[in-house]
Design a protein around this ligand. Structure first.
Ligand code: DX5
Ligand code: ZN
Length: 214
């Protein structure tokens, strides 16, 4: 079933509980949580304390997207503080296979993320083991950027490989998702759509959520 995951990067950090509860009230059951380290990406977001705090106020699924170098140092702690799904960038580690195993051994869903310039070929041998693949549809680091349309071809290729091999990973996209790009991505086989600024800036979030899946 196709899902919209609000990215809390676009929430009001002074009112995080209010914004999370509002999303819950309109039917959201998964949250996308962006962790940025100021090295892998040119921005710093938040880390363990924020995730620990919001873990106390909701039981919904936490999908933690690590935009950090050396994810192998931190993955275990993100699992321990309440992530349900953890994804890391293939560009950020030489030990992707080991990391996938570690995340899964903690009973969590393991995802691999591809920056816009990275080909699917780079993760070919990981595809049988991965729970989800996140195709970045903007350059990671900031909310509110424009969707990179060339990524539609990458999504199509990945969906084809999935079908040909009977793989059962999910395909996720992140960045620049609005009503138009959501439809284009879903038509290419995307299962999980992260949506930040478009959803949080909407005056009628409930209707917007419905529109995003129409
Ligand atoms: C970007 C983040 C995204 C971001 C998406 O690096 O990974 O999750 O919040 O925001 P929008 O939907 O505004 O492009
Ligand atoms: Zn993200």
């Amino acid at each position: 079933m196709t899902k919209i995951l609000p990215s809390i990067l676009s929430a009001d950090f002074a009112n995080l509980e209010r914004d999370i509860k509002e999303m819950e009230s309109i039917g959201v059951d998964m949250f996308h949580i962006d962790v940025m380290d100021g090295n892998f990406v040119p921005n710093i977001s938040f880390g363990f304390p924020v995730i620990e705090s919001i873990r106390k106020i909701t039981n919904k699924t936490f999908d933690v997207h690590l935009m950090i170098d050396n994810p192998e140092y931190y993955v275990e702690k993100f699992c321990d503080i309440g992530a349900d799904m953890v994804s890391f960038h293939i560009e950020a580690t030489n030990h992707a296979d080991r990391l996938l195993q570690l995340i899964k051994s903690k009973g969590k869903k393991a995802g691999i993320v591809l920056n816009p310039q990275t080909s699917i070929e780079n993760i070919k041998y990981l595809l049988p083991k991965v729970d989800y693949v996140l195709i970045m549809t903007v350059n990671p680091g900031f909310g509110g950027q424009t969707f990179i349309f060339e990524m539609l071809d990458k999504i199509e290729q990945l969906d084809l490989i999935r079908k040909e091999n009977n793989y059962n990973f999910l395909i996720q996209v992140d960045g620049g998702i609005n009503i138009q790009t959501s439809k284009l991505c879903r038509d290419k086989g995307v299962d999980l759509l992260v949506c930040g600024s478009f959803l949080f800036s909407s005056n009628n979030k409930k209707d917007t959520l419905i529109e995003l899946l129409k």
